[in-house]
Write a protein that binds this ligand. Structure first.
Ligand code: NAI
Ligand code: MG
Length: 477
């Protein structure tokens, strides 16, 4: 078992001043795999002070200089990809194949896209021909608190750390307490890459402790947060007293609109996508809306896919889905499945309890409910487990109304062979992203939501802009 109770502050791993110990658990086995320290106010203050004193120097570097260090970080990240996959797989339960590919790959991809965006970004430029002499500067926001969740740890950490570094900000990262090992490994790589001390700091802790201390801290200029809408609201309120910039990536309840003319794999693809990463993705297509003429057939397909979905421990090579991250999440999901029964949704596959043969570990049965109506809890609440709800629709207009009938607005999905219809629908969906016919967004495409899914945009040039202030200077020439 690993004792990992130090924080990374001002270029060194230092003992916690006022933290308390917490076990990091492997959700496949429920065994303790490491001990970290949940930091206290003194730890938080030390990290913010380091970031504050490093800021003027780092902010004054040329973008090329920052990009060069990011490229060294890229080499370190590639070199330790296997270790990173192990860390992610063990801390949050992603099967090793998924951890090695999508989970680790997302971190590498975001780093690469950030470097690309930074290379072509105009950090300073004239206002325009109509205003000779006026200059516009894009300057780093300052000291950033980066608060991340456990479901796609390197995806979310890298979407914040890489652009913050490229922009010239300094930072304190507080990774999710359930999944801190990957972030601590990244901190080692950042150390190896040679960023100046204090530019990047990592303090472990929970939301009530380090999380709240960071969001209220007078020397923190910006909070970038990914996680629950509940925490996003608390963070916004806490940050308001000192007028911090707050960038939020919150939950989702994505609709997957499947028209009768969709390609024949659309339903199976949608079910698998919902179950991917054990359903723990903010952009998961969790509400499947199916045109009535193919609804019964779609329900049967969903049943077959759910029943065929293998489930098992994360260290086994294969395409199974792993456990969910924790006891808390397991219980939340069980509660929501029970609500499905209580509210009389039609169970198609899965249900309550652990899958047969898996008594230990937070394994949830891949579950499908049909005939779920918009008054039901399972329609409204993000489950964050392998639970799909299905409902029929008759017209395009009805499908759009149903899709938008949620406080969330992260990603919606459209499946149809009719290009004109696909475009019509995409324009009317109130979400930051629309994925059509199984095609993912391109490299550096902006990731983020509308409504209660948040206000941030991460990835590529948009991700960089989040960490930059705009300064206008007259009579420059
Ligand atoms: P959470 O939002 O409580 O935790 C995410 C991060 O925020 C962690 O680092 C946590 O320590 C921190 N945090 C929590 N409260 C905070 C506060 N008041 N101030 C500052 N930092 C705070 O999410 P949790 O409890 O782990 O999961 C609950 C639900 O949230 C999930 O079931 C899911 O519905 C949603 N969620 C959504 C995610 C997304 O990717 N959008 C990621 C994780 C959870
Ligand atoms: Mg929490």
């Amino acid at each position: 078992m690993n004792i990992m109770t130090k924080h990374y502050i001002n270029g060194h791993w230092v003992a916690s001043v006022d933290g308390r110990e917490m076990a990091v658990e492997n959700p496949s086995t429920e065994e303790r795999i490491a001990t970290i320290s949940l930091g206290g106010p003194a730890d938080t203050d030390a990290a913010v002070a380091a970031a504050k004193s490093a800021f003027p120097g780092w902010a004054a570097t040329e973008p090329q200089e920052r990009i060069a260090v990011l490229e060294r970080l890229m080499e370190a990240y590639k070199g330790r990809a296997k270790e990173m996959a192990q860390a992610i797989s063990q801390e949050m339960g992603a099967p090793i194949a998924l951890a090695s590919t999508a989970q680790v790959g997302a971190g590498a991809g975001h780093l690469k896209n950030t470097i690309r965006a930074a290379k072509s970004f105009a950090f300073e430029h004239p206002l325009g021909d109509h205003a000779p002499g006026d200059m516009i500067f894009h300057e780093p926001v300052g000291v950033c608190a980066l608060i991340t969740p456990w479901n796609w740890p390197m995806n979310q950490v890298m979407l914040k750390v890489a652009p913050a570094l490229a922009a010239g900000c300094t930072m304190v990262l507080k990774p999710a307490e359930q999944a801190p090992l990957s972030a601590m490994l990244l901190a080692e790589m950042i150390d190896e890459a040679g960023f100046p001390p204090g530019v990047f700091n990592l303090v472990n802790g929970d939301g009530a402790g380090v999380g709240s201390a960071l969001t209220a801290h007078p020397d923190v200029d910006m909070v970038s947060f990914t996680g629950s809408t509940r925490a996003g609201i608390a963070i916004s309120k806490s940050a308001a007293d000192t007028v911090k910039r707050v960038s939020l990536e919150l939950g989702g309840k994505g609709a997957n609109i499947i028209f009768a003319d969709a390609d024949e794999k659309a339903v199976a693809r949608g079910v698998r996508h919902c179950f991917n990463n054990s359903g723990q993705s903010c952009n998961a297509p969790t509400r499947m809306l199916v045109e009535r003429s193919i609804y019964d057939q779609a329900v049967e397909t969903a049943r077959a896919v759910a029943e065929k979905t293998e489930i098992g421990p994360a260290d086994v090579e294969g395409r199974q889905i792993g456990p969910v991250v924790s006891d808390t999440q397991f219980n939340k999901i069980q509660y929501l499945i029970k609500r499905g029964f209580d509210e009389r949704a039609t169970l198609v596959a899965g249900g309550l309890g652990r899958p047969e043969g898996l008594e230990r570990g937070y394994f949830v049965r891949p579950t499908v409910f049909a005939d779920v109506t918009s008054d039901m809890t399972l329609w409204k609440e993000e489950v964050f487990g392998p639970v799909l709800v299905m409902t029929p629709f008759d017209t395009e207009e009805e499908a759009i109304v149903l899709a938008n009938d949620t406080p969330y607005g992260l990603t919606n999905y459209v499946q149809t062979a009719d290009k004109a219809r696909a475009r019509r629908v995409a324009r009317q969906l109130r979400s930051g992203m629309v994925e059509m016919n199984g095609k993912f967004g391109g490299a550096g495409s902006p990731f983020g939501g509308m409504k209660q899914s948040g206000n941030g945009r991460e990835g590529g040039a948009w991700g960089l802009e989040e960490f930059l202030e705009v300064k206008a200077v007259s009579d420059w020439e």
